[in-house]
Ligand binder design. Structure first.
Ligand SMILES: [Zn+2]
Length: 323
């Protein structure tokens, strides 16, 4: 499915606003795509950039050479500043400005910059960006993306037209996944939990997701007959990963998914055979509401500087008591 179709089906309000602007040739100089991660902000940012360079129609065709080069980050006049990988520094913004002060490289005169996780910016970077936004140029379009707009300078927000992306309902997140070649279970993980942390176009390869997926299925498979093994999975696979950020994200996904999983057993949700098998191992044996409550209590204690291995031991201790 093309991103335009996904936008139309899943974010009708955003689609309508942008469509009207394109029809009337009245795009803003800068947009802030806000709302929870995974609700199509990145896809929309690229689609909008493609629409300005694609010559096939008003909206991008998404398949021509120009569109593909934008998608693959090889189109010279579309510049990405990625705050999801590291904090955005003043130099990043200055470099953008100097590139945009030159004549366009490509045949279309449009110059577009996309700032991912725009809240992840130093104060001096934010001030440089603000100056840039205060002197709008007709052929420059800025597209900022953030799921934490409250951390962004109000002066920057006031220079942007905010487009708020609504959380996808479980079902539309599932249908959103249908065009990607993934299992129903991965779509379930994504729509229920992972979309809070990762974008739909990147989550399948993200280290935190892969760690979470591995740990979650091993944990569930062993929990009902050998809780010591489950405990081992948490302590020696999940918490032993060397990258602290990866562990943090995977741990949060794991606890969130555990909550969803117990809830799924209670409501008897069907996902796929393997998931049903995992649920069946538990069915009728335990008090899931109590297990659920234990996970929620542990998750509430998961704050900075807490001793995580100890907290996971506590979770397992409480599980054994309930089970
Ligand atoms: Zn095109």
């Amino acid at each position: 499915m093309l991103n335009l179709e996904r936008l139309k089906n899943n974010q009708p309000v955003v689609y309508t606003i942008l469509n009207n602007s394109l029809v009337n040739n009245k795009l803003a100089h800068a947009y802030m795509l806000s709302g929870i991660k995974g609700s199509l902000q990145t896809e929309t940012a690229y689609l909008l950039a493609q629409s300005l360079v694609c010559t096939k129609g008003m909206w991008a065709c998404e398949v021509c050479d120009d569109c593909l080069r934008v998608k693959n980050n090889t189109y010279s006049d579309v510049i990405i500043i990625d705050g999801s990988k590291s904090i955005i520094k003043k130099e990043d913004v200055l470099e953008l400005q100097s590139q945009f002060s030159m004549t366009a490289f490509e045949k279309s005169s449009a110059k577009i910059f996309i700032v991912k996780d725009a809240h992840n910016m130093t104060v001096s970077a934010a001030n440089s960006l603000l100056k840039f936004l205060e002197e709008p140029s007709n052929d420059v379009l800025g597209i900022l993306i953030s799921d934490e707009v409250t951390s962004i300078l109000p002066t920057i927000m006031s220079r942007c037209t905010e487009l708020e992306f609504k959380l996808l309902a479980g079902d539309s997140a599932l249908s959103l996944m249908n065009d990607l070649d993934i299992s129903a279970r991965e779509a379930h993980y994504f729509s229920q939990v992972v979309s809070k942390y990762l974008d739909s176009d990147e989550f399948l390869e993200a280290e935190a997701y892969l760690l979470f997926k591995d740990v979650f299925s091993k944990f569930i498979k062993t929990l009902s007959y050998d809780p010591d093994k489950s405990s081992y999975v948490l302590q020696n696979i999940l918490l032993k990963n060397k990258d602290k950020e990866v562990v943090d994200m995977a741990l949060n996904m794991f606890l969130d998914m555990l909550i969803v999983f117990f809830n799924d057993i209670i409501i008897g949700r069907e996902v796929d055979e393997l998931y049903t098998n995992m649920c069946d191992k538990f069915r009728d044996d335990y008090n899931y509401l109590e297990l659920l409550t234990e996970v929620l209590a542990i998750k509430a204690k998961l704050v900075n500087n807490v001793n995580v291995p100890l907290l996971m031991d506590q979770l397992m201790f409480n599980f054994r008591r309930v089970m």
